[in-house]
Design a protein around this ligand. Structure first.
Ligand SMILES: *Cc1c(COP(=O)(O)O)cnc(C)c1O
Length: 361
């Protein structure tokens, strides 16, 4: 098979979605499946829908366009604020977008039509300091949306943990719930979507005694990788190996443990520290930073990563029985997954996956 490649087990993606959908349903929260780390793959999107996601979301318009081919009416949400220069494509490929800027909202209204109104979720700043409207300005933004017949006020949302690692908790989530009640009372509307956040909200949602008005989460990482982003720990009952990256050994030699000669910087900054003396069994894989991010590349037991440049991954393979032409397979954490899925050099293969689902008789 061609290498490097990612194999995606769609059965595991479906399973992970279903487990999270079922757990969150107990507290009245729906799941929108976020496909951005899978490059908007229709196969992954379909697996999320089979697992019970109520709709799909992605940060990129071309990814939402890829998802258009899915069977049935699937609500598609653009989860990054639309570019002013792209409003036409946004209303064509997304039913809903997350918004913070009045100028963009007005432009969306100009691009949308009354018979197919574009849904707007207004994003509220709750402390993580990425996208979001200040609390005091939300009411005015609601007015801007309500004044546009080609727009539909879908609801309010927030995003935490992505920029400054601010943890979703009872306090910040209660602020969002309170705001929802105020806006509903002020304008006599009912907000259908109160989107509490991303995978980092799972810990809160599944442990709090009161989710308040939060009724939806936008979940990507936890479905795709089975991990939660705050501490990158595995979530019980989920598969952490739905995505596997394989690459091919192109050189394998006994090499001295230590380099020699005067030393400056390496290709990507400070040279990695090599420990030990004598010789090691060093393998080079045809895999580099053009294919994957070193951050989040998880080697198999018995293999140590020594460094990576644009096109070469250097490994200490100990006494594993490997030869030139063999393949080594890696687990992926978020950064590595995103880079590998977006690299044109990495082939992607989707497999239906195990039919047996050990967690559901
Ligand atoms: C990426 C993103 C998500 C999904 O985040 P995960 O950690 O992958 O669940 C949700 N909302 C927004 C606004 C995002 O940018």
């Amino acid at each position: 098979m061609t290498a490097p490649r990612i194999e995606i087990d769609l059965g595991k993606v479906e399973h992970n979605t279903r487990v999270l959908v079922d757990r969150l349903a107990l507290v009245g929260i729906r799941v929108t499946g976020i496909t951005k780390a899978a490059l908007g793959s229709p196969g992954v999107g379909a697996a999320m829908l089979r697992g019970g996601a109520v709709g799909l979301g992605d940060s990129r318009v071309p990814n939402l366009a890829r998802l258009a081919g899915l069977d049935g009416p699937t609500s598609r949400t653009l989860i990054r604020s639309p570019q002013l220069s792209q409003v036409g494509q946004v209303v064509a490929h997304a039913d809903i977008s997350l918004n913070t800027e009045a100028a963009v909202i007005t432009a969306l209204a100009g691009a949308a039509t009354r018979d197919r109104p574009h849904g707007v979720v207004l994003m509220v700043e709750l402390g993580d300091l990425r996208e979001g409207i200040a609390l005091d300005d939300v009411s005015a933004a609601v007015r801007v949306v309500l004044d546009q017949p080609a727009l539909r006020l879908a609801g309010l949302g927030t995003n935490l943990a992505c920029q400054n690692g601010v943890v979703p908790d009872d306090r910040n989530m209660a602020v969002l719930s309170g705001l929802v009640e105020n806006i509903e009372a002020l304008y006599g509307v009912t907000l259908g979507v109160v989107s509490g956040g991303n995978s980092a909200n799972l810990g809160w949602a599944l442990s709090t005694t009161d989710v308040g008005r939060i009724d939806e989460l936008r979940i990507g990482e936890a479905i795709l990788l089975g991990t939660e982003p705050l501490h990158r720990t595995p979530i019980e009952g989920l598969h952490t190996d739905a995505f596997v990256l394989s690459a091919e050994v192109i050189e394998l030699n006994e090499k001295p443990a230590q380099p020699w000669g005067d030393r400056g910087q390496a290709a990507f900054g400070e040279a990695p520290v090599r420990t030990g003396t004598g010789t090691i069994r060093q393998a080079i894989l045809a895999l580099g930073r053009q294919d994957v991010d070193l951050d989040g590349l998880v080697p198999p037991d018995g293999i140590e990563i020594l460094g990576m440049s644009s096109d070469h991954l250097v490994l200490d393979v100990g006494d594993l029985p490997l030869a030139v032409g063999d393949e080594v397979s890696f687990g992926l954490a978020y950064g590595a997954l995103v880079r590998a899925m977006t690299s044109p050099f990495v082939s992607k293969f989707e497999v239906a996956g195990a039919m047996l689902d050990p967690c559901r008789p």
